[in-house]
Design a protein around this ligand. Sequence first.
Ligand SMILES: CC(C)(COP(=O)(O)OP(=O)(O)OC[C@H]1O[C@@H](n2cnc3c(N)ncnc32)[C@H](O)[C@@H]1OP(=O)(O)O)[C@@H](O)C(=O)NCCC(=O)NCCS
Length: 340
Amino acid sequence: MSTSNPALQPLCTSSIIGTGSYLPEKVLTNDDLSKIVDTSDEWITTRTGIKERHIAADDQATSDLAAEAARRAMTAAGVTPEDIDLIVVATVTPDMFFPSTACFVQRKIGATNAVCFDISAACSGFLYALQVARHFLNAGSRTTALVIGAEKLSSLVNWEDRNTCVLFGDGAGAVVIRAVDADTDAPGRVLSTVMGSDGTLSDLLKVPGGGSALPITPENAASRPNTIHMEGRETFKHAVTRMCQASEQALEMAGLTKADIAMVIPHQANARIITAIADRLGLPEEKTFVNVDKYGNTSAATIPVALDEAHRQGRIKRGDIVLLVAFGGGFTWASSVLRW
Ligand SMILES: CC(C)(COP(=O)(O)OP(=O)(O)OC[C@H]1O[C@@H](n2cnc3c(N)ncnc32)[C@H](O)[C@@H]1OP(=O)(O)O)[C@@H](O)C(=O)NCCC(=O)NCCS
């Protein structure tokens, strides 16, 4: 965002110069799930729009998914691993508590010059990470960053809970962003980002156990506290409200209006949430990107995976105004406006 004080004008801005995504091979359909829990393709499709999701292999960790998405983004950007000087991974399914998943990605792709850390903001994580990386680039302290959203949510799902197990999937998406001169009109520029959080609503969507507040013990293990717990209806309402507000704020910050949007790429949790947002923004179907039917909710990975698909399918073109908007546990929310 530009400011009126010339002394505060950023020297650099950030441009997305390459995108990549990776979905693990195994596909789990709604019919497959109906053999595990009391559900049906009809219920899942009507309530969520999800038809299938991808599930990582037992020997694939989140960093494996992330590293593959990162390689594809670097190829698209035409950069080498040595060019990368910052890696930020957004995830709620890190390989382990520490080291960070970003450090594992660094090792796997050979990005020897990078500073690496993770961001925890659930489904808003990718846009949080994009904003953090952008600050490093705009301030001139780093030049080329990998921003990755990656999840192995199948490791956090209670496969006996039909309320949640039908909703989630595994996957990873990545972008390479580069600092560019603030005066140029380089493609892929991030024009604005807004973020918000409301920790008073943290109980509505969480993995309560497995951390320092509630370690897993032989006594509590059977109740599966280390799996996703969600109040679906309440989460739904907050998601729609916050994503609409954040979209409007990010547009205003970029000096644009709803009429300027060529494509909205919302967090992919539920097709009904996406429709509600598109309706409130007055956007027709062809300006709303949806792939929740193929992948379910992959948390921090949904937006970079969708951005990569939208680009590769030619649904977004150079110069288009693209609105990204997310909502997740915390609660957290965020929105970014790009000029593609
Ligand atoms: C989870 C969600 C799909 C549930 O849809 P819903 O219309 O709110 O459904 P409800 O939770 O009210 O459940 C309705 C009934 O379906 C049942 N049900 C839940 N999951 C089911 C399933 N997989 N198959 C069949 N029935 C199911 C419930 O038990 C309930 O039955 P009851 O009325 O006999 O108690 C929806 O609330 C949602 O998408 N919420 C937001 C999710 C989200 O965005 N999360 C991530 C944010 S990042």
